[in-house]
Design a protein around this ligand. Structure first.
Ligand SMILES: Nc1ncnc2c1ncn2[C@@H]1O[C@H](COP(=O)(O)OP(=O)(O)O)[C@@H](O)[C@H]1O
Ligand SMILES: [Mg+2]
Length: 325
């Protein structure tokens, strides 16, 4: 494989809470390949947003430690100060969030939002050129009647249109990495499908990569060529989506998959994995998934399984990977 766009090594994130120190990311190892859509999937509370926020360094104030490596083009972002990070944010790494309403200023038109970003990147651009650029940006994300929409305010737009505007803003800088954290969770199913289709189209036009984060395995598999399954602040399985979908190796991936398949059957009740995601404040002994795992053996309770190669393109953190089928 080519050198990855981003190489994450032993990334750890802790935060102070009233109940003690929370270990939110427990040593993440993950490559984001170039020109790729990588999906990150896991139940709510798995640490997906924390990973995204650590990459772009938009971390809450109670964060006590970020350590390890996030290497982008030879530079470890973990070692950069806030000035260095703010130069990358919005230019080389851009982010689209779950809630498209709070991310836009209700007082400003769509055109003003876009032109502000364009000006930041090209300060000497003429008004007319900036306006044309803004129009093209809206066309690129498939907004109907883009001329009319430039004059609209956020409150005039549907949730799906707002998310398209945010994606357009994020793409203006032609970032190397676009992070989309649950970008469709606030939208209804039809609009969700449209936004996922848009991201799929963009993949072919972008020179950068997309990190697509979702709790919905079906969406990740529809869109992403690589899949990273997270659980309890760790990576439990990583590989080509097709290979994982054909033969999930980690019991947690299997459980997610079983929920997805059962939930697709229209008249069945919603299926969840029994038990709860781990509390990041609680100490971990052995495998973090062991308390919910149907394949658990003695070793799982004592020894934390490392993320190891199952084959050339798959990594799994399970003592019994390859053995259970
Ligand atoms: N700033 C914080 N302080 C304490 N705990 C946090 C903080 N941020 C996240 N967490 C906890 O870390 C875990 C992972 O959260 P998060 O990254 O939001 O997961 P996800 O995006 O997968 O739902 C959760 O248990 C959450 O409560
Ligand atoms: Mg999240």
């Amino acid at each position: 494989m080519d050198k990855p766009l981003v190489a994450i090594r032993n990334l750890q994130l802790t935060a102070a809470t009233s109940r003690g120190e929370a270990r939110i990311l427990k040593g993440i190892d993950l490559d984001i390949p170039r020109r790729c859509i990588l999906g990150i999937v896991g139940e709510s509370g798995s640490g997906k947003s924390s990973l995204a926020n650590a990459i772009i360094r938009l971390l809450p104030g109670n964060t006590t430690k970020l350590s390890g490596e996030i290497v982008l083009d030879g530079v470890n972002l973990v070692g950069l100060d806030e000035v260095g990070m703010s130069e990358l944010r919005g230019t080389r790494i851009a982010m689209v969030f779950q809630d498209p309403i709070t991310a836009l200023n209700p007082l400003f038109s769509v055109e003003r939002h876009l032109v502000d970003v364009i000006r930041r990147h090209t300060p000497r651009i003429s008004r007319a050129d900036a306006a044309t650029h803004a129009l093209h940006a809206l066309e690129a994300v498939g907004i109907a009647d883009p001329k009319l929409r430039l004059a609209s305010h956020p409150s005039d737009l549907s949730g799906g249109m707002r998310q398209r505007v945010l994606i357009a803003m994020a793409l203006l800088a032609e970032p190397d990495l676009l992070i989309a954290d649950e970008p469709t969770t606030a939208l209804d199913a039809t609009i969700e499908a449209q936004i996922v289709a848009l991201l799929g189209e963009l993949r072919n036009k972008l020179s950068g990569s997309i990190l697509f984060i979702s709790h919905n395995l079906g969406l990740v598999w529809r869109l992403c060529e690589r899949t990273c399954v997270m659980y309890g602040g760790t990576v439990v399985e990583l590989g080509d989506t097709e290979a994982i979908a054909a033969a999930p190796a980690h019991p947690y991936t299997r459980a997610l998959m079983a929920c997805m398949i059962d939930n697709e059957a229209s008249d069945a009740p919603l299926v969840f994995i029994p038990g709860e995601v781990p509390d990041p404040v609680a100490p971990v002994e052995g495998c973090i998934f062991a308390p919910r795992c149907g394949y658990v053996v003695d070793e799982c309770l004592r020894v934390t399984p490392p993320l190891r190669d199952l084959d050339a393109s798959r990594r799994v953190a399970c003592h019994r990977a390859g053995e259970i089928a």
